[in-house]
Design a protein around this ligand. Structure first.
Ligand code: HBI
Ligand code: FE
Length: 274
């Protein structure tokens, strides 16, 4: 069945991936043999540049887990990463043709399956790409899936997403994902660091998010994050800071239904609102 691709954010851009080869759950096979030498070279150059930038900017937990991705000269085989990842936290990577609708996305997370886009950006997109590619998903998201606390938070997020979908609260929950898993900051012993995948996979935003005086940095509050709009194609104007991954996991202990009901009646904050 040819599944309909998701549209990420407000843009109506045709999705990059080939969804005709996706199964009903939107997963597909990683066609590793189809990667060209140029694809592997793009991954290698992105990996070298980003990994060199991490010390002093990225979460120590991320830096420690990054080597678990394995090869850096080539796009890793997801099955190869899964041998280590499943042993560590019982998560596994599944290939997808790109962004998928929210409910299939939540279903995969709830089953401890992380959807990894299987295509990589073109060389001319080296600096920036709006839609997540294999570098964003693999380099940005996967190392922290080796962290047991964050791994459990991600599954809880997926379970919460399925409930939010039933309550029509996906937009509020998507903001929590955005301001934690994609663009979250963490205060570690050595100082402020980034743990969000959208930051860690971005050469420009990584130093900006941790060092620039421009954006505001607020302590993470469920309510403030869920009421704060975000932009998908510029650096964030607001970052939310946690003191540890346990803080994320503990947030999921509460029942979000009353929170959704209360927030519905309250005004939202613009991305950069004070
Ligand atoms: N699909 N493949 C993929 N990867 C994502 O990160 C993703 C998605 N669909 C929806 C989505 N993220 C966000 O809207 C989540 O907040 C649900
Ligand atoms: Fe992402």
């Amino acid at each position: 069945m040819a599944v309909q691709p998701a549209v990420y954010g407000a843009s109506e851009r045709p999705p990059r991936g080939d969804y005709t080869r996706a199964r009903d759950d939107y997963t597909c096979a990683q066609d590793w043999a189809a990667y060209t030498a140029q694809d592997h070279d793009t991954y290698h150059r992105l990996y070298l540049r980003q990994s060199a930038q991490l010390p002093g900017l990225a979460s120590e937990a991320f830096i420690a887990a990054l080597p678990l991705l394995g090869a850096k000269e080539r796009i890793p085989r997801f099955d190869d990463v899964n041998e280590r990842l499943y042993r560590a936290t019982r998560w596994q990577l599944v290939a997808v043709p790109g962004l998928i609708p929210e409910v299939p996305f939540f279903r995969l997370l709830a089953a401890r399956k992380f959807p990894v886009t299987d295509w990589i950006r073109r060389p001319e997109e080296f600096e920036y790409i709006v839609e997540p590619d294999v570098f964003h998903d693999l380099f940005g998201h996967v190392p922290l899936l080796f962290n047991p606390v964050l791994a459990d938070y991600m599954q809880r997020y997926g379970e919460g997403g399925l409930k939010a979908a039933r309550l029509g609260a996906c937009e509020m929950l998507a903001r929590l994902y955005w301001y934690t898993i994609e663009f979250g900051l963490i205060r570690e012993a050595a100082g402020l660091r980034a743990y969000g995948a959208g930051i860690l996979s971005s050469h420009g935003e990584l130093p900006y998010s941790v060092r620039s005086p421009e954006p505001q940095r607020l302590p993470l509050s469920l309510e403030r994050a869920m009421r704060t709009r975000y932009k998908i194609d510029s650096y964030q104007q607001t970052y939310f800071v946690i003191d540890g991954f346990e803080q994320l996991f503990d947030l999921t202990a509460q029942d979000f239904e009353p929170l959704y009901a209360r927030l519905r009646g309250l005004p939202e904050f613009a991305a950069g609102a004070g």
